[in-house]
Design a protein around this ligand. Structure first.
Ligand code: ZN
Length: 245
């Protein structure tokens, strides 16, 4: 899950109505679901971390610090479930890149680093909250070809694209044009963590990806020198419950 920094609110008061925050959020975070990392060209929604429909959080309906961006799948799974900030890992305040492992079979799971930090439970709860732990639902077209409709199959698809890109680059590692085009492909598909995993041994590619996706360099979650994840997250805006990893 890509770490991001939302930064200070562009408005002195709450957003009313709250969807007005969407352009500023896309500008700061990019047009990606904050949870599943997919690029969402249309219907990306302003997502309330603590649900606006629960009485305890009604006052947060227009509050900038309570906003992320969510796709319809993550939003509808998360729904109005209560979110206690100490119990969930959040990409705007924790190093959520470090907390999860992305695997070639399209699954996402709590990482070994999460276990070392004693937050495996929070990592599992985060995946369950947004449905990122759901199994693949195999759908085939009339010719028997698999159709990627769910988030697991889309991760599988992008994993294959990223591996092919890595193979192309390994033939011409000094070709800066290939590097630039791979970053453009990553921006087009989304799934930052998959690209970062495929290019885990290529610090130049990792730095390019961190710089290209809006809000991620600003999160301070990656060391600019060695590109390693910084933990705990610096949480520069001092958001509640942040820095759990
Ligand atoms: Zn999503």
């Amino acid at each position: 899950m890509r770490p991001v920094r939302r930064g200070r609110s562009p408005r002195p008061n709450d957003f009313e109505p709250y969807p007005d925050a969407k352009p500023a959020l896309i500008s700061r975070l990019g047009g990606y679901c904050s949870y599943c990392e997919r690029r969402i060209a249309t219907n990306l929604a302003v997502e309330h971390i603590q649900p606006k429909n629960l009485p305890a959080y009604i006052h947060l309906e227009g509050r900038w610090e309570n906003f992320l961006l969510g796709c319809v799948n993550c939003n509808s799974t998360k729904s109005d479930k209560d979110v206690l900030l100490d119990h969930i890992l959040l990409p705007d305040r924790d190093n959520t890149f470090l907390a999860f492992t992305y695997s070639p079979d399209g699954t996402v799971s709590p990482s070994a680093a999460a276990a070392r930090h004693g937050i495996t439970r929070q990592a599992e709860d985060t995946l369950a909250l947004t449905g990122l732990d759901k199994r693949i639902s195999a759908v085939f077209d009339e010719n028997g070809k698999r159709v990627s409709i769910d988030r697991v199959s889309q991760r599988l698809e992008v994993w294959a694209v990223a591996e092919e890109a890595s193979a192309d680059l390994s033939n011409q590692p000094d070709n800066k044009d290939i590097r630039r085009i791979i970053v453009q492909a990553a921006l087009g598909y989304g799934f930052f963590s998959i690209w970062m995993t495929i290019f885990k041994d290529d610090s130049d590619m990792r730095n390019r990806l961190i710089d290209a996706f809006p809000g991620t360099r600003e999160s301070g979650c990656f060391d600019p020198a060695d590109v390693r994840p910084v933990s705990p997250a610096p949480n520069p805006d001092d958001l509640a419950g942040g820095g759990k990893i």
